[in-house]
Design a binder for this molecule. Structure first.
Ligand SMILES: [Zn+2]
Length: 118
C-alpha cells in the first residue's frame, strides 16, 4: 500500500511559553501556522520529484503517522532560535543606567574609524 499523494493540512493557533534570551523572563510567543504537507513513502520518492518552490512541503510519512510528531516539527520550524521580548525590560534598563550594549560600542568605534579614514 502506498500513501503517495496523501495530503495533511496542518492548522495551529495558540501561544508557546518561551524564555526571553535577553532578560530570561517569560515570553509568550504567538503561533499561527497554516501549512499543507504532501506525504511520501520514502525520501527516495521525494528526491525523484522536481522541487517546486511554491509547492507544498513533502515529508516522509504515512496515513497513520503520529499527528503529534507532525505538529511538533511544524512548531519547531516556527519558533525563533533565540526568542526575545519585542520591548525587553532588560534592554530598557540598560539604557536608563547609561550602559551601552557591546554592539552599540562597536558601532561607535567603527563610526569613529570611518570618519578618520574619510
Ligand atoms: Zn526580555
Amino acid at each position: 500500500m502506498t500513501s503517495r499523494g496523501a495530503r495533511r493540512y496542518v492548522h495551529i493557533d495558540g501561544a508557546l511559553r518561551q524564555m526571553c534570551q535577553r532578560c530570561l523572563g517569560e515570553l509568550e510567543f504567538p503561533v499561527s501556522i497554516d501549512s499543507m504537507l504532501v506525504l511520501a513513502a520514502s525520501q527516495r520518492e521525494i528526491d525523484r520529484e522536481p522541487i517546486e518552490v511554491q509547492g507544498p512541503d513533502r515529508i516522509v510519512g504515512s496515513r497513520d503517522m503520529v499527528v503529534r510528531e507532525l505538529l511538533e516539527d511544524e512548531l519547531l520550524l516556527a519558533v525563533p532560535f533565540a526568542p526575545r521580548h519585542e520591548r525587553c525590560a532588560a534592554r530598557a534598563k540598560a539604557r536608563d543606567d547609561g550602559h551601552r550594549s557591546p554592539f552599540e560600542e562597536l558601532r561607535g568605534m567603527l563610526g569613529a574609524k570611518r570618519s578618520k579614514q574619510g
